[in-house]
Each structure stands twice: as structure tokens, then as C-alpha cells.
Design a protein around this ligand. Sequence first.
Ligand SMILES: NC(=O)c1ccc[n+]([C@@H]2O[C@H](COP(=O)([O-])OP(=O)(O)OC[C@H]3O[C@@H](n4cnc5c(N)ncnc54)[C@H](O)[C@@H]3O)[C@@H](O)[C@H]2O)c1
Length: 258
Amino acid sequence: MDLNLKDNVVVITGGAQGVGRVIAHTFAKEGAQVVIGDLNVDAGEKVVREIDEIGGRAVFIQSDVSLLSDTDRLVAGALENFGRMDVMVHNAAVFLLGKFMDVAETDWRKVIDVIQIGAYNCARSVLPTMTDQKSGRIIFIGTDAARSGDNFQSIYASAKAGVVNFTKSLAMDVGPKGITVNTVSPAVVVTNENEAILDKLYGIKTKPEKAQKMLSAYPMRRLGQPEDIANMVVFLASPQASFITGQTISVNGGYSMV
Ligand SMILES: NC(=O)c1ccc[n+]([C@@H]2O[C@H](COP(=O)([O-])OP(=O)(O)OC[C@H]3O[C@@H](n4cnc5c(N)ncnc54)[C@H](O)[C@@H]3O)[C@@H](O)[C@H]2O)c1
């Protein structure tokens, strides 16, 4: 299916590694022009070089999504470099695992700043342009734990749950302006960065018998790949998805069915 994303301009927060990097590549392969925002300059610039090598167009802007001034700079960068601003993907996050009483307040605030305030900042920065254009896509990356809850994830999952409701309420607000808002919700996704830790915890590479226990919770009997998430993101960004808004869509091999 041609997703008709050629020359669309897409901003991706946290695009320097993991799922965000693959989202950036997937948009570039669809012919979109990509602005990568991240704290990590070396990794972000590397993704730009990778996209250049496959004939795509991308720029990197060092930015902290928890700061409105930085998400403003991301949108300004998109307009300066490519003249439009069509899709905002807020993918950056910090993961925090721990029993609620063991987690320091400063750590809660960091998670909420990046995940939840980051979502507000992305929307706030991009909406003036999308409203003028009378079109746009805002896509958040959530987590299944936001709707099901999960052990040791009270802060991370509740910050993401805020994004799930923001998705619905903002979709009602901006739908009449031609803008859709959706969240893509993964369960565990194996990335270059977390593969070693997932192997240590669940044996996903080296202990197939141990891994089977974890995989039995997944009807599709495998963990997510970044491409699974990226494919849903590019679809939601496409004109074919123009009637989908306010939704949180799990891409999780059936891990949870909420
Ligand atoms: N990997 C999984 O198993 C999994 C599962 C469920 C949901 N998710 C969600 O998918 C998304 C991507 O996950 P991932 O595993 O690729 O994460 P990751 O930790 O590998 O990458 C996150 C990126 O965000 C960047 N970042 C962190 N704080 C930032 C800030 N303040 N400003 C800008 N950039 C910042 C990091 O530098 C990094 O490049 C996240 O939203 C995560 O919550 C991941």
C-alpha cells in the first residue's frame, strides 16, 4: 500500500536510538523528511547519516522534550529545513522500574516531565502550524502498562496513562481542525539497546526454555520488534488513517487486550 507520505515532514522525539530510530528510518523509506530530536547528539547524528545513506532526508536537533522552548525549536527546525510540519511523534521516554515507595520524588518528576509534559509540549509547539495547515497527525508512543498496570511501574505506567487520556481529550479538541491524535501502545519491544538486559532477565537470546515462559503470555509467541511499532505509526500518519483519532492502539502480539 502506498502510504502517500512522500515529502511529509515528521518530527520524532527520542529518535536517536531504539524504537524511535526505526520509526525515523521507516518514515524516510516512505519518502518523508525527518527531524530527529533527542538529547544524545552522537547517536542522533548517526541516524541522520544512516538515513542519508539510504537516500532519505533527515536533520538532527539536540533537544529536551521536557522543555517547551526545545519542542518549539524542533518545530521551527522542521519549518526552516523542510517548509512544512505534518506529523509529530512523541516517542522519547525514560523508563523507571521500582516499588513505589522505593522511588525518589525527583525520579517521578523526571519521568512525568519527559513522558507527560513532553506530550503537552509537543502538542503545544506543533498545533499553531497544524491548525494553519488544517491538517496534521500527533502520535504518542505509550505502553500497555498504561491501561493494564504493571508491577514496579507505578510512576512510568501512570505517566503514560496520562498520555492515553490526553490523546482522547486533545483529539476532541483538535479534530474539527483536521488534526488526528493517537497513541501506539507496545508491550515489550526488543531493541539494539535493551536486548542484553532482556536476555539477562528472560533469556530471550541464550535461554530459549526460560524465554518460553515469558513468551507464553504473548499469543503470537514472540516479543515486539521496533518495526512492528513503526509500521503502525506510519499508517496512523497516512491519509488512509484520516478517520482514526483519539485511539490508543496496542501493537503487542496480543499480550494484553484492553
Ligand atoms: N522497548 C520497550 O520494550 C517498550 C515497551 C513499551 C513502550 N515503549 C515505549 O517506546 C518508546 C521507545 O522506547 P525505547 O525502548 O526505544 O527507548 P530508549 O530508552 O531506547 O530510547 C529513548 C530515547 O529517548 C531519548 N530521550 C530520553 N529523554 C529525553 C528527553 N528529555 N528529551 C529528548 N529525548 C530524550 C533517549 O536519549 C533515547 O534516545 C518509549 O516511549 C517507551 O516508553 C518501549
